[in-house]
Design a protein. Structure first.
Length: 150
């Protein structure tokens, strides 16, 4: 960098150029589809019973609240696992402060609660802030139980 007066001149960079012939929109659509597959679903009271049965794979639902310290610990783990297990396990979140109906329906009394659903049916739950490795073990156990029951 070259100092010019009181300002510093940064090295120039080539501006991004748009792709030709609609390539930008196709690439953008594919990127959004991939992000959607990996994204953690945000479920609400009104969408919970509608969205969950549409998902064929195991779904881990994180019941959380913004003020909950352990929930803030689990959140990044859920995000990581949603990317690592994309296509095998889906992840969703329910803010219990804003969606008390779903929390009451599934007996959520402590948070974080991670509830496991398969094709819309509850198949298990754990309470507390699990580290990533322990959560992966629980997910494996739930998947084994589902396979046995099938």
């Amino acid at each position: 960098m070259k100092r010019v007066g009181t300002l510093m001149r940064l090295p120039s960079r080539t501006p991004n150029r748009p792709l030709r012939g609609g390539e930008e929109s196709r690439a953008g659509d594919q990127k959004r589809e991939k992000e959607q597959d990996m994204a953690v679903l945000e479920l609400q009271d009104k969408t919970f019973d509608e969205e969950l049965p549409k998902i064929d794979e195991l779904t881990v639902v994180d019941f959380w609240a913004p003020w909950c310290g352990p929930c803030r610990t689990v959140g990044p783990i859920i995000e990581e696992l949603s990317e690592e297990l994309a296509g095998k396990v889906r992840f969703a979140k329910v803010n219990v402060d804003e969606n008390q109906g779903v929390a009451q329906k599934y007996g959520v009394r402590s948070i974080p609660t991670l509830a496991f659903f398969h094709k819309g049916e509850a198949v298990g739950a754990v309470v507390g802030a699990y580290p990533k490795g322990a959560l992966l073990q629980v997910i494996d156990q739930v998947q084994e139980k589902i396979a046995e029951d099938a």
